[in-house]
Design a protein around this ligand. Structure first.
Ligand code: F0G
Length: 451
């Protein structure tokens, strides 16, 4: 059985190559840009390889009751839209995807929006959205016979890669910026058996170095420059459309770091639209931290035609990236869908994260930029109250417990950062209190009267 219907197309010059011809750094030899997976057979209407929307909707729903292991994966359940393997039996899965879509009633009320949801990608096996991409690209690595895989990471990619490599029986190398990733993520890479190198460099420096290394040794690069990662990461778009009974939400809000995720979700919605599974795309907006906002600047200063790297600083370490690899793809997703690109401050991120927490939905700081960004879009009048909005929460709250504890203890932000937001922050903080081990003391604490 040949499940492989894909080729690679250069995003810059349009050159087409087969998957096997890709360079180790996944850059085009002609123009240096990145590749996208494309499926030539989909173009011909009525053609043999063009998927039939009605049949797919039925098949994908049917698979929810199937006992086949592959059907339990929220990525491979949609495998007709990612035919990237010679044989789907080579798929390496931890039963990723099928993540919950939660309604956010309190935040919606506060913002005057009727329909607000959070697609929680932190509810994946290793606690972040990276699992959906990793199952796809790791399967390709295994099928092509690689022994070693590697990534540079702000933490989540390395956690996901290490887990999937362990499942596949492959060895893996992780390059991370020393002291700049959350402990939860580092602990995962260690536990799943990665060779973890902490470098005196930022994420961008780690990726630059790794790009060099993979040209010297037969190591398969698993950063999101690898186009197969994005094939997996596009599948939450299918889940969202399915959850809305194939009428897409008006607006999707995504955090932006290396910009693979926004690119992938854009591709997912675009392909569904082209195949007739949905009738339009949602507006896709990308939110960055103000201290790590190269794409925001690119839109402001160059209409997204050029990007100047910045030195990145933010406590949302997952998106502490100054030179995002997939910026052109993300810019296209924003532009073609009519979305926006904006940034939010450290205090806005911390407040939004605490508000999501208070609604029972913990997430990473990097995920909370979505709610912070939504608030700005509402203030700017860019979202109508009747519109349906989906926030993509990318990581689990336990990934970075230090951030949460620091916020609630009041040690996270500087005075300068909190200026003007003190009351808001005070209302959200829930510090743990030391209480005597007596019922009277506990009950007193319950009434807000400690001691
Ligand atoms: N949210 C979280 C929790 C992340 O870990 C990342 C990226 C992003 C958002 C941004 O996604 O890069 O596709 O724009 N983390 C990468 C990593 C860079 O190495 O784990 P992006």
């Amino acid at each position: 059985m040949n499940d492989n219907l894909h080729q690679l197309r250069c995003f810059g010059c349009g050159a087409r190559i087969s998957g096997a011809e890709a360079q180790p750094d996944f850059r085009c030899v002609q123009c240096g840009d990145l590749f996208e997976v494309e499926y030539p057979g989909w173009g011909e209407r009525g053609g043999h390889d063009r998927p039939n929307p009605g049949a797919l909707r039925w098949l994908w729903r049917d698979r929810r009751c199937s006992s086949d292991a592959l059907d339990h994966s929220g990525v491979w359940r949609f495998r007709e839209l990612l035919p990237i393997l010679e044989n789907f039996d080579n798929a390496v899965t931890l039963f990723e995807g099928n993540t919950p879509l939660y309604q956010l009633k309190r935040a919606a009320k506060a913002l005057g929006i009727e329909q607000l949801f959070a697609k929680h990608q932190g509810m994946n096996p290793t606690g972040s959205f990276k699992d959906t991409g990793m199952t796809a690209a790791m399967s390709v690595a295994k099928e092509r016979g690689f022994e070693w895989v590697a990534c540079a990471s702000t933490g989540n990619t390395s956690a996901a890669m290490a887990a999937y490599a362990a499942r596949a029986g492959l060895k893996c190398l992780v390059l991370i910026p020393e002291g700049k990733i959350a402990w939860g993520k580092l602990s995962q890479a260690m536990d799943y058996g990665a060779v973890t190198c902490q470098l005196k460099a930022d994420f961008d420096g780690c990726l630059r170095l790794l790009t060099q290394i993979v040209k010297e040794e037969p190591i398969y690069l698993l950063n999101s420059v690898n186009p197969y990662r994005l094939e997996g990461q596009k599948t939450p778009a299918f889940e969202i459309a399915e959850a809305f009974d194939w009428s897409v939400p008006d607006h999707l809000i995504v955090p932006g770091g290396n910009l693979g995720n926004s690119s992938a979700l854009g591709k997912g919605f675009r392909e569904m639209h082209e195949l007739g599974l949905v009738t339009r795309m949602p507006k896709i907006s990308v939110i960055q931290a103000a201290g790590a906002n190269p794409l925001v600047r690119s839109f402001k200063e160059h209409q997204a035609a050029a990007l100047e790297p910045v030195e990145a600083h933010t406590r949302a370490t997952a998106i502490r990236i100054g030179n995002p690899a997939s910026w052109r793809k993300a810019a296209r997703a924003i532009q073609e869908s009519g979305g926006w690109c904006l940034d939010v401050t450290e205090a806005e991120i911390a407040i939004a994260k605490a508000e999501l927490g208070a609604e029972g939905l913990g997430c990473e700081p990097a995920s909370a930029v979505t709610l912070a960004g939504l608030k700005k879009l509402c203030v700017d009048g860019k979202i109508a109250s009747s519109e349906t909005v989906v926030l993509v929460l990318t990581g689990h709250t336990l990934k970075d417990a230090d951030y949460t504890i620091d916020f609630h203890r009041g040690t996270l932000l500087s005075e300068e950062e909190t200026a003007g937001q003190e009351t808001k922050i005070a209302g959200l903080r829930r510090d743990a209190v030391a209480v005597e081990a007596t019922s009277a003391a506990v009950l007193a604490a319950l009434k807000g009267r400690v001691g």
